[in-house]
Write a new protein. Structure first.
Length: 321
C-alpha cells in the first residue's frame, strides 16, 4: 500500500519568465566560436614570430579554442532573448516521472535516473538572473540540465518531501565559492599526481631499463597517466556527494579516460619523448585500460548510491502507511 501511495503522488509548478531589468545583447554561439577561431590564428602567428615550437603553439591554440567553446555554451544562458523560448515552463512530478513542458516541447525523465541537491533557484541557468535567491531543491536530469523546483509557488518543502520519497540520489552543490574551491582541489590533485607519477616512474624506469630508452619512456608515460588519473578519479568518487549518477557525468569521465593517454604521450615533448608508433600504441592501450577501470569504478559507485538511496527512502515510505 505504501508503494501505491508513493507511485500516485503528484506535484507540479508553473514558472514564468524572470524579469531582467538590465538589457543584454545576445551573442550567438557561432559568433563566439568564430571570434575565438580568429584569435587562435593570431596566437599561432604570434608563436611563430616568437620562435615557439609547433607543440607549444598547438597547446596554446587548443587552450584558446577550449575557452571559446566553453564561453559559447555559457553565454546564451545569460541572454534574455534565449530565456523567453523556455517560458512559461511547467515542471510536474508524477510517481517516478519528471515532466518539463516548455513552448519548445516536453521532456520526460525517470526520477531514479536523476539526482538532486539542496541549493538556490539561481543554480538553474534559466533562473539565474531576475530572481531573488531562494533555498530550493534542484533536480539534475540525466542530460545534465538543472531544474529548480518550488521557487515560484513557495512549495519547496513539498518538493523536497516528494523527492526524498523516491530513490533519487542526493548530491553536493557544485555552484558557488565552495564548488570553485573543490574544482581547484581536483586540478591540484591531478597536477600533483602527474608530477609524482613522473618522478616515481622515472626512478623505476632508470633502475629497470638503464640502456633501453624506449622502455624507460613507456614506463614514465604510464606512471604519469595512472597516478594522475587514479588520484583524480579516487577523490572524485570518494568525496561525499560529488559524483552525480547521470548520463552526462559518465560520458565526461569516459571521454577524459579515453583522451588522457594521448595527451600524456603526445602533448609534451619535454617529459615524454615517444616516437609516433609507440605513442599511438600506448594511447590505444592506455585508453582501453582507463575506460575499463572507469567503467568498473562507476558501476561500484552507483551500486553504493542506489543502496543508500533505498535506505534513506524506506523510513519515509514506512511513515506513510
Amino acid at each position: 500500500m505504501d508503494n501505491a501511495m508513493v507511485d500516485c503522488r503528484h506535484i507540479e509548478e508553473c514558472q514564468t519568465a524572470p524579469r531582467v531589468d538590465w538589457p543584454r545583447r545576445h551573442l550567438r554561439p557561432t559568433a563566439v566560436r568564430v571570434a575565438f577561431g580568429l584569435l587562435s590564428i593570431a596566437v599561432s602567428a604570434l608563436g611563430v614570430l616568437l620562435g615557439l615550437s609547433p607543440v607549444d603553439i598547438g597547446g596554446f591554440v587548443v587552450v584558446v579554442l577550449l575557452i571559446g567553446w566553453i564561453l559559447s555554451r555559457l553565454e546564451p544562458t545569460q541572454a534574455s532573448q534565449w530565456r523567453l523560448k523556455h517560458f512559461p515552463r511547467k515542471i510536474c512530478l508524477t510517481g517516478n516521472t519528471l515532466r518539463v513542458l516548455t513552448p519548445e516541447g516536453e521532456q520526460r525523465f525517470l526520477l531514479s535516473e536523476c539526482c538532486w541537491f539542496l541549493g538556490s533557484n539561481t543554480d538553474d541557468p534559466l533562473l539565474n538572473a531576475g530572481w531573488k535567491a531562494l533555498c530550493v531543491p534542484v533536480i539534475v536530469s540525466p542530460t545534465g540540465h538543472r531544474f529548480a523546483c518550488g521557487s515560484e509557488q513557495g512549495n519547496a518543502e513539498a518538493w523536497i518531501q516528494a523527492i526524498e520519497e523516491s530513490e533519487c540520489s542526493r548530491v553536493a552543490r557544485r555552484e558557488g565559492t565552495t564548488g570553485f574551491l573543490v574544482r581547484m582541489m581536483f586540478l591540484a590533485v591531478f597536477l600533483v599526481g602527474g608530477v609524482c607519477g613522473y618522478h616515481g616512474a622515472h626512478l623505476v624506469g632508470s633502475m629497470l631499463f638503464r640502456d633501453r630508452q624506449l622502455s624507460n619512456e613507456i614506463v614514465v608515460a604510464s606512471g604519469i597517466t595512472c597516478v594522475a588519473f587514479g588520484g583524480l578519479l579516487c577523490v572524485w568518487m570518494l568525496l561525499p556527494g560529488w559524483y552525480r549518477p547521470i548520463a552526462s557525468e559518465r560520458r565526461h569521465l569516459y571521454v577524459f579516460a579515453a583522451l588522457l593517454p594521448t595527451g600524456i604521450a603526445m602533448s609534451s615533448r619535454r617529459f615524454v619523448v615517444l616516437p609516433r608508433g609507440p605513442a599511438l600504441v600506448f594511447s590505444l592501450l592506455g585508453a582501453l585500460v582507463l575506460l575499463l577501470a572507469t567503467r568498473a569504478i562507476i558501476s561500484w559507485k552507483e551500486s553504493q548510491l542506489k543502496k543508500s538511496a533505498r535506505a534513506s527512502s524506506s523510513p519515509v515510505r514506512g511513515d506513510m502507511v
